[in-house]
Design a protein around this ligand. Sequence first.
Ligand code: PEP
Ligand code: MG
Length: 906
Amino acid sequence: MERKRVYTFGNGAAEGRSDMRNLLGGKGANLAEMNLIGVPVPPGFTITTEVCTEYNQLGKDYVTGVLKKEVEHAVAGIERLTGTRFGDKENPCLLSVRSGARVSMPGMMDTVLNLGLNDEAVQGIAVKSGNERFAWDSYRRFVQMYGDVVLGLKPESKDDIDPFEEIMDTMKEVKGIELDTDLTVDDLKTLVKQFKQAVKERTGNDFPSDPWDQLWGAVCAVFDSWMNDRAILYRKMNNFPEEWGTAVNVQAMVYGNMGNTSATGVAFTRDAATGEDLFNGEYLINAQGEDVVAGVRTPQQITLEGSHRWAKMQGISEEERASKYPSLEEIMPECAAQLIETQQKLEDYFKDMQDLEFTIQDGKLWLLQTRSGKRTGAAMVKIATDMLHQGYIDEKTALKRCDPEKLDELLHPVFDKKALADAHAITHGLPASPGAATGQVVFHADEAEEWAKEGKKVILCRIETSPEDLRGMATAQGILTARGGMTSHAAVVARGMGKCCVSAANNLSIDYKSRKMTINGKALLEGDWISLDGTTGNVYEGQIQTVDAELGPDFTELMEIADKYTRMEVRTNADTPHDAVAARNFGATGIGLCRTEHMFFEEDKIVPMREMILAKDEEGRRRALEKLLPLQKKDFKGIFTAMDGYPVTVRLLDPPLHEFVPHDEKGQMEMARVMNISYEDIHERVESLLEANPMLGLRGCRLGNLYPEITEMQTRAIMEAALELKKEGITAIPEIMVPLTGIVYEFKNQKEIIERTIQQVFSENSDSIDYKIGTMIEIPRAALTAHKIAKEADFFSFGTNDLTQMTFGYSRDDVAKFLPLYLDKGILKQDPFAVLDQNGVGQLVSMAVQAGRSVRPSLKCGICGEHGGDPSSVKFCHRVGLNYVSCSPFRVPIARLAAAQAAIEG
Ligand code: PEP
Ligand code: MG
């Protein structure tokens, strides 16, 4: 059977339905459904999204050929229902032609209105409507829109001038008028003539007067618009595949510009910003949709209540409001009542907040579109929980309705919207950690600390950050770096702290010496104000006011429902009691990664730590480690106390040692004094620690394998802390984790040392507690030999930051140099450091879980790379059977919701 390419609707009947959105596009599917439920919709038809794909593959001639019969038949249907004839002189049928993909892509594709008009039909419309001005204004609009959209006269860039606008502006100037509505019939007639002339000049062809030529031109233009630059970019940004295609919706025109009993508008069944269950929207009297978009006239509110609220916000008196900006309820009470009834019907039917477009033609209401309305994160949560309470949806649907990523909006400070509207971005970088921050520029971490102590707000600006900058980062409002990727030090640490960070900002150069940075040629000095948006990656000059996030009872309820359905646990990556408490408040049920290295940068620990690293021999190292032991123990007591009763995975020392030693003369002199050896000796030892590629150098468990005393000290600190807390009634559940295992021997060696030390501590204290010893799986070889490692390990935690780095062979620290270009060129679809590469890295994870459990069925598996907080990666983790995901504290709610959705989706 020949494939059906056209679906008709009108007058309460339709060939399509709302669940056919993949084929008919969102708009087409809902236009069909509105007919079926008795909502007044102008009759029309939808050409399917499949035809768009045929169009792109087989071309214009093929598609217009195969469509001809079905389209002619469908147009005849519109003629029958409207009592008009397409191409008739006296009683012409006029059409609108609009795009409509399966998801809404606002403003990305093209629309043509008033199609079917020509020099004869315009006379017919003038007579029929009894309104010559309306007829000629429609004709003027049509030639302009068709010329722009179909004949390609629309300027490519915003700076170029639309030839039609230019002609109109000249006419208005000559006549000394401001508004289009002041143009007379004769003016409009002249404009149509001049517009057509412009078309002839630009294209070499006459403006098409045959309605069928017009229709095919418009249909093809809509298909073409699927491949325009805007649409391609939008799809790329939202990860929509090209194969989806757009449908084309052709409908009988209805007019909101037929005089003062006509209007057009947009409405929401609930408040899209707050989620409040309040019907709201705007309309313009005597106008077409494009007038609303153009924003020249002030739209008025539909409801009286909305109108009162609006006037109050604008500071407009009741008298002025009622006379100049009355609500639709006041001036067209019957239509308003019908609209209110219809919006309720649509919301009841679709069981979600709807975004509607309507037109009132001479007192009769028509719906032109309904779709699920876009909303803020706060509105998303409120609408889902309200609709659950109101019985519209069940718990699972409420969870599915919420986009985990959008929860992020609720968790961080944001810029005050009004203040942001006046701000001007000077550059942008990677949105490394969300939220908004405003502060004074400082370039050094210690200065960030000092300035913050004085009560100043600072933004720490660095070429890139290192663990040494930690305290400065903690006191800054936000962090800006010139280099680095989504898993660079700055990005990972900032996310952990819930602190705004923009990394790898474009055209940013920093000169530490002169305390100056240059952004796109603009110089900024220490103390200058800048603002960062870590959600968009934008960097602004000057101060922009921020507002704090607030979590209400709806959020708490949604999270509780999520936990009811979820199978995986959600833990957190935290290495301070402060972060641990924040994560618990967000619902974390354990720490999946406590990076101990961060602890060594605190003032009291850095000197003995450096002493340990710079020591000549084991004896010297042990001396320094003895000093570190009580300090580490104190750190662990803090963390275990914050996580009382929950497991804490403590990772042994991981980073390359040179990260801890001083690289400046002052610091090296200080160490020479402390260690009582010469500056030259210290300098030489620091130099000897430098590696060409430290990420692949002496780090991870290679340290513990070569310097077992470090492992011993850390194990002792962990276990002594846990036993001391036991006496205080606090339950510590330590899980000791070995980093960067590549060979089973490396793990076995560490495990033996850990076990031996634990038994020593137990016997010294005549006490014991439960514990586990496991490993990170973050080197491909470890994943490939997981069956061997699992024989020894109680648990696996996938370090997907390193696993991605090593599987792709992309340096985590240098990836920003080429990754944006790879994304731009489409070589990579997503940043693999942010979204788990399921086909490659994911395969290693999946294989390792299976291989590990084949020898140890009880093997506990989790993930602690940054992917643990990314919704699509969390869902993957559920599917491959991980027991938990671990992510930075501010991602915990996002992971909880994603984990629940994964469980529901099965
Ligand atoms: C990882 O590699 O995924 C990980 C969590 O460890 P880090 O980021 O500290 O190397
Ligand atoms: Mg790692």
